[in-house]
Design a protein around this ligand. Sequence first.
Ligand code: NAD
Ligand code: MLT
Length: 540
Amino acid sequence: MKILITESIADESVKYLKDRGYEVEEYLGHTQEEIEEHIKGFDALIIRSATKVGEPLLANADCLKAVGRAGTGIDNIDVKACTEHGIIALNTPTANNIAAGELAVGLAFCVFRNICDANEGVHTGDFRRGNWTGYELEGKTVGIIGLGRIGSIVARKLKGIGMNAIAYDPYIPAEKFDRLGVRRCQTLDELLMEADLITLHTPKTKETYNMIAKEQLYKCKRGVRIVNAARGGLINEQDLADALAEGQVAAAAIDVFDKEPSYNRKPGEQEFDNVLIHAPHCYITPHLGASTVEATAKVGQGIVELVDGALKGELVAAINMPQFSGSMEEIKPYCSLAEKIGRMYFQAENMPIKKVEVRYRGELAENSGTSIITLSLMMGLLKGMGNDHVSYVNAAENIEECGIEVVETKTDSIQKYNNLINVVFFTEDGRELKINGTVFGPDTEVIVSFFGYEMNCPLSSTVLAIKNNDVPGVIGRIATILGKHNINIASMHWGRKNQDGSDNPHAQAFVAVEQAVSKDIIDELSAAEGVLRVSLLELE
Ligand code: NAD
Ligand code: MLT
């Protein structure tokens, strides 16, 4: 498989992909149009903040399965369009928090202590330190807009040097403000009017774009200082330049522009300008927030592992999948079990279905990740229907297109098993076919009921589901046929029905085998005396 990297990531991360057999092309320093042309034939794309993944790129992406953003912000990815194209969108939302938080703190010192101007002066022979007298941060008030991951780090660090911290973030609970010892501002205006330093840490969205413009700048204290190491465009660049020139804002430090330059080209290789580059007391860094050795290694490794997992069809935390608060590792075995149950249906039964009910029982019912387990079941069902392009991001849409309704229900009542997935397939001819499964220990997937037969069968990749008359000799005949064709039986499990005096006792066998079973062998088994039905369940 082929992976295109359009913005640089750590060499070890590139090597990680090559070592796993991927054909990797580092296509750095190219224009957006060139990237859009070049994307054809690639299975995955790895980007940072400059490459835009939207309809123009996706329209040309003939086999793209995953887009990996080595970093936090996803404002350069049209996530909805990715979902529509069935493309998994990934990022590494925590890997560079510390680096970005530390840069914001560094820029805070820069706007109070004239460090950059003094450095420049010294290098031109000017040692008159009186020109660069600054202000102390201790005792001043920092106003943090956006108290998420990075905003919280900045709060912790600036409080550590004695600043009073206030914040505006309408989306997080009061408890978090209390925990961080940050006073909550009910409105943005309240923050603007009180802060000596304003630092922005929100994502770039329709709501936050230009959230600080002329009107807001003039609500601030005269001589306010501003840091933006979040996203360009949160502050109106022209309005900030004017306010700096006029003295309303004493100094600003900016790590990000609304329209970003290429960060790989040498001086003279691109034409780039921005009004803030010419504004007085405006200190600019070239999107350096995540540029530490530690963060580069973490985002690079984080994203290549996710992309590798996504390309292998594994469950990975994607942006365009239901978000949940629990641990992915905890639900993985249940996802794998659910996918196998989904795959089983059309291998064991021909009748179309109109509805599937997935019922979670026991502790599992409390898990916030059940919607992802349900998606796994849908994926299995669709794969069983021959859909090779289904992924976690388009499974729900594809199932809906097939006209199958999927409902999820939960009950915490425990019967025999601590955790149980109960799946009911409602067939078009009015039957309700049930498959129930659970996970023993860390990851042993077990079917405990199949189409009405109670059993206890650990799953493997290839299983023969054999329905037979429950009379002496049938097992022997099945084993003899398989043995004759050199097929090793790994395990055999039975569920039985009607044994109590009925004249029609029958059983459902699950025979795990270790070699491929051809159609001729299935036919031979089906024709054996006492065998009623044979289905080959290929579960991986
Ligand atoms: P986060 O999602 O953890 O936090 C963002 C916070 O902003 C959330 O708590 C959210 O509730 C809040 N928010 C959203 N809309 C708001 C609004 N209108 N007013 C006030 N608050 C609002 O994100 P994060 O990981 O902390 O990242 C913060 C920003 O930093 C993002 O824009 C990210 O792209 C950027 N970033 C920049 C660099 C860099 O190199 N400069 C590095 C990493 C992240
Ligand atoms: C991010 O969102 O992670 C940052 O912008 C860092 C980057 O990608 O350069």
